[in-house]
Design a protein. Structure first.
Length: 375
Protein backbone atom coordinates (compact mmCIF):
# COMPACT_ATOMS: atom_id res chain seq x y z
CA UNK A 1 0.00 0.00 0.00
CA UNK A 2 1.36 3.40 -0.96
CA UNK A 3 2.08 5.71 1.97
CA UNK A 4 -0.52 8.47 2.59
CA UNK A 5 0.78 11.92 1.62
CA UNK A 6 -0.31 15.35 2.79
CA UNK A 7 -0.15 18.69 0.92
CA UNK A 8 2.07 21.30 2.43
CA UNK A 9 1.41 25.05 1.80
CA UNK A 10 4.61 26.69 0.84
CA UNK A 11 5.62 30.03 2.40
CA UNK A 12 5.48 31.76 -0.99
CA UNK A 13 1.78 30.83 -1.31
CA UNK A 14 1.03 32.30 2.11
CA UNK A 15 2.62 35.55 1.08
CA UNK A 16 0.44 35.64 -2.06
CA UNK A 17 -2.76 35.14 0.00
CA UNK A 18 -1.81 37.92 2.39
CA UNK A 19 -1.07 40.29 -0.48
CA UNK A 20 -4.54 39.66 -2.00
CA UNK A 21 -6.13 41.24 1.08
CA UNK A 22 -4.27 44.48 0.91
CA UNK A 23 -6.29 47.67 1.70
CA UNK A 24 -6.49 48.66 -1.98
CA UNK A 25 -7.81 45.23 -3.04
CA UNK A 26 -10.38 45.18 -0.25
CA UNK A 27 -11.69 48.60 -1.31
CA UNK A 28 -12.10 47.39 -4.91
CA UNK A 29 -14.11 44.31 -3.73
CA UNK A 30 -16.44 46.48 -1.62
CA UNK A 31 -17.12 48.74 -4.62
CA UNK A 32 -17.91 45.70 -6.81
CA UNK A 33 -20.37 44.27 -4.25
CA UNK A 34 -22.11 47.64 -4.02
CA UNK A 35 -22.55 47.84 -7.81
CA UNK A 36 -23.97 44.27 -7.84
CA UNK A 37 -26.50 45.09 -5.09
CA UNK A 38 -27.76 48.15 -6.97
CA UNK A 39 -28.19 46.07 -10.15
CA UNK A 40 -30.18 43.36 -8.35
CA UNK A 41 -32.43 45.98 -6.77
CA UNK A 42 -33.19 47.54 -10.15
CA UNK A 43 -34.01 44.18 -11.72
CA UNK A 44 -36.35 43.29 -8.82
CA UNK A 45 -38.13 46.62 -9.16
CA UNK A 46 -38.77 46.05 -12.88
CA UNK A 47 -40.15 42.53 -12.28
CA UNK A 48 -42.52 43.72 -9.55
CA UNK A 49 -43.73 46.59 -11.74
CA UNK A 50 -44.59 44.21 -14.58
CA UNK A 51 -46.25 41.71 -12.25
CA UNK A 52 -48.45 44.35 -10.53
CA UNK A 53 -49.31 42.35 -7.37
CA UNK A 54 -51.48 45.21 -6.15
CA UNK A 55 -54.04 44.25 -8.77
CA UNK A 56 -54.44 40.69 -7.40
CA UNK A 57 -57.04 40.14 -4.64
CA UNK A 58 -55.55 39.18 -1.31
CA UNK A 59 -57.43 35.88 -1.15
CA UNK A 60 -55.81 34.78 -4.43
CA UNK A 61 -52.55 34.31 -2.57
CA UNK A 62 -54.28 31.79 -0.33
CA UNK A 63 -55.55 29.58 -3.16
CA UNK A 64 -53.73 26.40 -3.96
CA UNK A 65 -52.89 25.60 -7.56
CA UNK A 66 -55.59 22.93 -7.52
CA UNK A 67 -58.27 25.44 -6.47
CA UNK A 68 -57.26 27.91 -9.16
CA UNK A 69 -57.40 25.25 -11.90
CA UNK A 70 -60.76 23.99 -10.61
CA UNK A 71 -62.18 27.53 -10.66
CA UNK A 72 -60.98 28.11 -14.20
CA UNK A 73 -62.39 24.83 -15.49
CA UNK A 74 -65.73 25.56 -13.81
CA UNK A 75 -66.03 29.00 -15.41
CA UNK A 76 -65.11 27.65 -18.85
CA UNK A 77 -67.65 24.84 -18.53
CA UNK A 78 -70.41 27.32 -17.70
CA UNK A 79 -69.56 29.41 -20.73
CA UNK A 80 -70.21 26.50 -23.11
CA UNK A 81 -73.32 25.10 -21.39
CA UNK A 82 -76.20 24.30 -23.74
CA UNK A 83 -78.84 24.57 -21.03
CA UNK A 84 -80.95 27.69 -20.51
CA UNK A 85 -80.41 29.16 -17.00
CA UNK A 86 -84.03 28.34 -16.09
CA UNK A 87 -83.27 24.63 -16.38
CA UNK A 88 -80.62 24.49 -13.65
CA UNK A 89 -80.96 21.11 -11.97
CA UNK A 90 -81.41 20.43 -8.29
CA UNK A 91 -78.69 17.79 -8.16
CA UNK A 92 -79.76 16.61 -4.72
CA UNK A 93 -83.17 15.54 -5.97
CA UNK A 94 -82.64 14.77 -9.65
CA UNK A 95 -79.23 14.15 -11.27
CA UNK A 96 -79.73 16.10 -14.50
CA UNK A 97 -76.37 16.29 -16.29
CA UNK A 98 -76.67 17.40 -19.92
CA UNK A 99 -79.63 18.60 -21.98
CA UNK A 100 -80.07 16.84 -25.34
CA UNK A 101 -80.71 19.69 -27.82
CA UNK A 102 -81.52 17.54 -30.85
CA UNK A 103 -84.34 15.65 -29.12
CA UNK A 104 -85.59 18.79 -27.37
CA UNK A 105 -85.78 20.64 -30.68
CA UNK A 106 -87.74 17.79 -32.28
CA UNK A 107 -90.37 18.07 -29.56
CA UNK A 108 -90.49 21.86 -29.87
CA UNK A 109 -91.02 21.58 -33.63
CA UNK A 110 -93.83 19.08 -33.00
CA UNK A 111 -95.42 21.50 -30.53
CA UNK A 112 -95.11 24.42 -32.94
CA UNK A 113 -97.05 22.40 -35.53
CA UNK A 114 -99.90 21.95 -33.01
CA UNK A 115 -100.56 25.46 -31.63
CA UNK A 116 -103.63 24.36 -29.66
CA UNK A 117 -101.51 22.05 -27.53
CA UNK A 118 -99.00 22.87 -24.79
CA UNK A 119 -96.54 20.14 -23.69
CA UNK A 120 -94.70 19.88 -20.38
CA UNK A 121 -91.87 17.38 -20.61
CA UNK A 122 -89.06 15.81 -18.62
CA UNK A 123 -87.15 12.72 -19.74
CA UNK A 124 -84.07 11.46 -17.89
CA UNK A 125 -81.61 8.77 -19.01
CA UNK A 126 -80.86 6.89 -15.80
CA UNK A 127 -77.56 5.60 -17.20
CA UNK A 128 -75.84 8.92 -17.80
CA UNK A 129 -78.06 11.79 -16.63
CA UNK A 130 -78.78 13.14 -20.13
CA UNK A 131 -82.21 14.72 -20.23
CA UNK A 132 -84.82 16.76 -22.07
CA UNK A 133 -86.75 19.44 -20.17
CA UNK A 134 -89.50 21.60 -21.64
CA UNK A 135 -91.31 23.72 -19.05
CA UNK A 136 -90.58 21.03 -16.51
CA UNK A 137 -90.83 23.41 -13.56
CA UNK A 138 -94.14 24.99 -14.57
CA UNK A 139 -96.93 24.21 -12.12
CA UNK A 140 -99.80 22.32 -13.78
CA UNK A 141 -102.90 20.35 -12.83
CA UNK A 142 -101.80 16.93 -11.66
CA UNK A 143 -105.00 15.02 -12.48
CA UNK A 144 -104.61 11.38 -11.40
CA UNK A 145 -100.80 11.46 -11.46
CA UNK A 146 -101.10 12.90 -7.94
CA UNK A 147 -101.91 9.33 -6.90
CA UNK A 148 -98.25 8.41 -7.41
CA UNK A 149 -97.32 10.64 -4.47
CA UNK A 150 -100.02 8.98 -2.32
CA UNK A 151 -98.62 5.58 -3.35
CA UNK A 152 -95.11 6.55 -2.24
CA UNK A 153 -96.30 7.92 1.12
CA UNK A 154 -98.42 4.80 1.69
CA UNK A 155 -95.46 2.44 1.37
CA UNK A 156 -93.29 4.67 3.52
CA UNK A 157 -95.87 4.20 6.26
CA UNK A 158 -95.93 0.46 5.62
CA UNK A 159 -92.17 0.38 6.16
CA UNK A 160 -92.43 2.42 9.37
CA UNK A 161 -95.15 0.09 10.72
CA UNK A 162 -97.92 2.69 10.65
CA UNK A 163 -99.96 0.70 8.12
CA UNK A 164 -100.31 -3.04 7.58
CA UNK A 165 -101.01 -4.34 4.10
CA UNK A 166 -103.66 -6.71 5.43
CA UNK A 167 -105.49 -4.21 7.63
CA UNK A 168 -109.08 -3.40 6.65
CA UNK A 169 -110.03 0.08 5.49
CA UNK A 170 -113.69 1.07 5.67
CA UNK A 171 -115.16 3.13 2.86
CA UNK A 172 -117.27 6.08 4.02
CA UNK A 173 -119.89 8.08 2.15
CA UNK A 174 -117.48 11.03 2.03
CA UNK A 175 -114.86 8.87 0.29
CA UNK A 176 -117.09 7.88 -2.62
CA UNK A 177 -116.15 9.68 -5.82
CA UNK A 178 -117.39 9.41 -9.38
CA UNK A 179 -115.15 9.08 -12.38
CA UNK A 180 -112.65 6.25 -12.69
CA UNK A 181 -112.80 3.14 -10.54
CA UNK A 182 -115.40 0.61 -9.42
CA UNK A 183 -115.39 1.08 -5.64
CA UNK A 184 -117.91 3.93 -6.03
CA UNK A 185 -120.60 1.38 -6.83
CA UNK A 186 -120.31 -0.34 -3.46
CA UNK A 187 -122.24 0.62 -0.34
CA UNK A 188 -120.66 2.77 2.38
CA UNK A 189 -119.05 0.69 5.15
CA UNK A 190 -117.66 -1.77 2.59
CA UNK A 191 -114.24 -2.95 3.71
CA UNK A 192 -111.09 -3.44 1.62
CA UNK A 193 -107.58 -4.41 2.64
CA UNK A 194 -105.00 -1.65 2.47
CA UNK A 195 -103.10 -3.50 -0.30
CA UNK A 196 -106.26 -3.94 -2.37
CA UNK A 197 -107.13 -0.26 -1.93
CA UNK A 198 -103.72 1.06 -2.97
CA UNK A 199 -103.62 -1.32 -5.94
CA UNK A 200 -107.01 -0.15 -7.21
CA UNK A 201 -105.91 3.47 -6.78
CA UNK A 202 -103.17 2.94 -9.38
CA UNK A 203 -104.18 0.06 -11.63
CA UNK A 204 -107.70 1.32 -12.41
CA UNK A 205 -107.10 4.85 -11.06
CA UNK A 206 -109.90 4.47 -8.53
CA UNK A 207 -110.83 7.88 -7.09
CA UNK A 208 -112.72 6.45 -4.12
CA UNK A 209 -109.69 4.35 -3.15
CA UNK A 210 -107.53 7.48 -3.35
CA UNK A 211 -109.77 9.44 -0.99
CA UNK A 212 -109.77 6.53 1.46
CA UNK A 213 -105.97 6.44 1.47
CA UNK A 214 -105.56 10.20 1.83
CA UNK A 215 -107.78 10.01 4.91
CA UNK A 216 -105.84 7.01 6.26
CA UNK A 217 -102.52 8.83 5.78
CA UNK A 218 -103.68 11.77 7.87
CA UNK A 219 -105.38 14.06 5.36
CA UNK A 220 -104.32 16.56 2.72
CA UNK A 221 -102.38 18.88 5.02
CA UNK A 222 -100.22 16.06 6.37
CA UNK A 223 -99.55 14.74 2.88
CA UNK A 224 -98.72 18.19 1.55
CA UNK A 225 -96.16 18.70 4.30
CA UNK A 226 -94.58 15.34 3.59
CA UNK A 227 -94.34 16.10 -0.12
CA UNK A 228 -92.84 19.53 0.59
CA UNK A 229 -90.31 17.96 2.96
CA UNK A 230 -89.19 15.75 0.06
CA UNK A 231 -88.18 18.91 -1.80
CA UNK A 232 -91.23 19.14 -4.06
CA UNK A 233 -93.16 22.25 -2.95
CA UNK A 234 -94.89 22.65 -6.33
CA UNK A 235 -96.87 19.46 -5.72
CA UNK A 236 -99.86 19.62 -3.38
CA UNK A 237 -103.45 18.53 -2.83
CA UNK A 238 -106.33 20.99 -2.52
CA UNK A 239 -109.35 18.90 -3.41
CA UNK A 240 -110.63 15.38 -3.03
CA UNK A 241 -110.62 13.26 -6.16
CA UNK A 242 -111.70 13.44 -8.98
CA UNK A 243 -110.67 17.16 -8.84
CA UNK A 244 -112.10 18.00 -12.27
CA UNK A 245 -111.24 21.69 -11.73
CA UNK A 246 -107.55 20.81 -11.58
CA UNK A 247 -106.73 22.36 -8.19
CA UNK A 248 -104.29 19.59 -7.22
CA UNK A 249 -100.93 20.65 -8.70
CA UNK A 250 -97.56 19.22 -9.68
CA UNK A 251 -94.74 19.72 -12.19
CA UNK A 252 -93.06 17.38 -14.65
CA UNK A 253 -89.86 17.91 -12.63
CA UNK A 254 -91.52 16.89 -9.35
CA UNK A 255 -92.98 13.75 -10.86
CA UNK A 256 -89.63 12.82 -12.39
CA UNK A 257 -88.01 13.41 -9.00
CA UNK A 258 -90.52 11.12 -7.31
CA UNK A 259 -89.98 8.38 -9.91
CA UNK A 260 -86.23 8.74 -9.46
CA UNK A 261 -86.64 8.30 -5.70
CA UNK A 262 -88.75 5.20 -6.28
CA UNK A 263 -86.22 3.79 -8.74
CA UNK A 264 -83.40 4.37 -6.24
CA UNK A 265 -85.44 2.96 -3.36
CA UNK A 266 -84.99 6.22 -1.47
CA UNK A 267 -86.61 6.01 2.00
CA UNK A 268 -88.16 2.67 1.01
CA UNK A 269 -87.42 -0.94 1.83
CA UNK A 270 -86.52 -3.23 -1.05
CA UNK A 271 -89.85 -4.99 -0.64
CA UNK A 272 -91.86 -1.77 -0.80
CA UNK A 273 -89.90 -0.48 -3.79
CA UNK A 274 -90.60 -3.72 -5.66
CA UNK A 275 -94.29 -3.61 -4.75
CA UNK A 276 -94.58 -0.02 -6.00
CA UNK A 277 -92.98 -0.88 -9.35
CA UNK A 278 -95.15 -3.98 -9.69
CA UNK A 279 -98.33 -2.00 -9.05
CA UNK A 280 -97.33 0.79 -11.46
CA UNK A 281 -96.52 -1.79 -14.15
CA UNK A 282 -100.13 -3.07 -13.99
CA UNK A 283 -101.71 0.29 -14.97
CA UNK A 284 -104.59 -0.53 -17.32
CA UNK A 285 -104.49 2.57 -19.50
CA UNK A 286 -101.90 1.94 -22.23
CA UNK A 287 -102.84 4.60 -24.75
CA UNK A 288 -100.21 7.22 -23.91
CA UNK A 289 -96.47 6.62 -23.26
CA UNK A 290 -96.60 2.87 -23.99
CA UNK A 291 -97.68 3.55 -27.59
CA UNK A 292 -94.34 5.16 -28.43
CA UNK A 293 -92.10 2.48 -26.91
CA UNK A 294 -90.00 -0.11 -28.71
CA UNK A 295 -91.26 -3.69 -28.84
CA UNK A 296 -90.62 -5.64 -25.63
CA UNK A 297 -90.10 -2.50 -23.57
CA UNK A 298 -91.60 -2.39 -20.09
CA UNK A 299 -93.07 0.59 -18.26
CA UNK A 300 -94.20 1.23 -14.69
CA UNK A 301 -96.37 4.34 -14.90
CA UNK A 302 -99.41 6.37 -13.88
CA UNK A 303 -101.70 8.35 -16.16
CA UNK A 304 -103.91 11.36 -15.50
CA UNK A 305 -106.80 12.97 -17.41
CA UNK A 306 -109.25 15.71 -16.47
CA UNK A 307 -110.24 16.64 -20.01
CA UNK A 308 -108.19 19.82 -20.36
CA UNK A 309 -104.93 18.20 -19.36
CA UNK A 310 -103.61 14.73 -20.10
CA UNK A 311 -100.48 13.16 -18.68
CA UNK A 312 -98.40 10.05 -18.19
CA UNK A 313 -95.35 9.49 -16.00
CA UNK A 314 -93.29 6.36 -15.61
CA UNK A 315 -90.02 4.41 -15.59
CA UNK A 316 -89.17 2.63 -18.86
CA UNK A 317 -87.03 -0.49 -19.23
CA UNK A 318 -85.78 -0.95 -22.79
CA UNK A 319 -84.89 -4.39 -24.25
CA UNK A 320 -81.23 -3.29 -24.30
CA UNK A 321 -81.28 -2.81 -20.54
CA UNK A 322 -81.29 1.00 -20.68
CA UNK A 323 -83.71 2.64 -18.28
CA UNK A 324 -85.17 6.11 -18.33
CA UNK A 325 -87.77 8.28 -16.64
CA UNK A 326 -90.54 9.71 -18.84
CA UNK A 327 -92.98 12.45 -17.85
CA UNK A 328 -95.26 14.15 -20.38
CA UNK A 329 -98.31 16.39 -19.88
CA UNK A 330 -100.25 18.06 -22.65
CA UNK A 331 -102.64 20.93 -22.03
CA UNK A 332 -105.36 20.79 -24.67
CA UNK A 333 -108.90 21.78 -25.62
CA UNK A 334 -111.33 19.63 -23.64
CA UNK A 335 -110.94 15.94 -24.61
CA UNK A 336 -109.13 16.84 -27.84
CA UNK A 337 -107.73 13.56 -29.20
CA UNK A 338 -104.68 15.36 -30.59
CA UNK A 339 -103.35 15.63 -27.03
CA UNK A 340 -103.13 11.85 -26.81
CA UNK A 341 -101.43 11.68 -30.20
CA UNK A 342 -98.85 14.26 -29.14
CA UNK A 343 -97.91 12.25 -26.04
CA UNK A 344 -97.50 9.15 -28.20
CA UNK A 345 -95.29 11.06 -30.66
CA UNK A 346 -93.14 12.56 -27.90
CA UNK A 347 -92.75 9.11 -26.37
CA UNK A 348 -91.61 7.74 -29.74
CA UNK A 349 -89.12 10.59 -30.30
CA UNK A 350 -87.51 10.04 -26.92
CA UNK A 351 -87.53 6.24 -27.07
CA UNK A 352 -85.79 6.26 -30.45
CA UNK A 353 -83.43 8.95 -29.21
CA UNK A 354 -82.39 6.90 -26.19
CA UNK A 355 -82.14 3.80 -28.38
CA UNK A 356 -79.79 5.60 -30.80
CA UNK A 357 -78.27 8.38 -28.67
CA UNK A 358 -77.56 11.62 -30.58
CA UNK A 359 -74.45 13.69 -30.00
CA UNK A 360 -74.88 16.08 -27.09
CA UNK A 361 -72.97 18.98 -28.64
CA UNK A 362 -74.59 19.52 -32.03
CA UNK A 363 -74.80 22.70 -34.08
CA UNK A 364 -78.52 23.29 -34.20
CA UNK A 365 -80.70 26.35 -34.61
CA UNK A 366 -81.68 27.78 -31.25
CA UNK A 367 -85.26 26.70 -30.49
CA UNK A 368 -85.30 28.03 -26.93
CA UNK A 369 -87.23 31.12 -28.03
CA UNK A 370 -89.94 29.16 -29.85
CA UNK A 371 -93.30 30.08 -28.34
CA UNK A 372 -95.79 27.27 -27.88
CA UNK A 373 -99.22 28.80 -28.24
CA UNK A 374 -102.39 27.62 -26.61
CA UNK A 375 -106.00 28.65 -26.95
Amino acid sequence: MAPRTFSIIKPTAIRQIKSSFSPISLTIWIIRIGILSVSLSAITSVVLTLFKPANIPLDSYNKTAKEVVKSKVSSETKSISLDPPSLEADQKNLPLKQQLPLLRNQILVLAKESPRLKPYVLFLDLDNGNYVDIDGTKEISAASTIKTFVLYAFFQDVDSGKIRLDENLTMTQADIAEGSGDMQFQKPATKYTALETVTKMIVISDNTATNMLIRRLGGQDILNKRIADLGMPSTYLKSALPDLKGTNKTTARDLATLLYRINEGDMLSVESRDRILKILSQTKIRTLLPQGLSDNSEIAHKTGDIGTILGDAGIVNMPSGKRYIAVVFVERPYNDISGRIMIQEISKIMDQGFKNPPLVNTNLPNMSSVKINKN
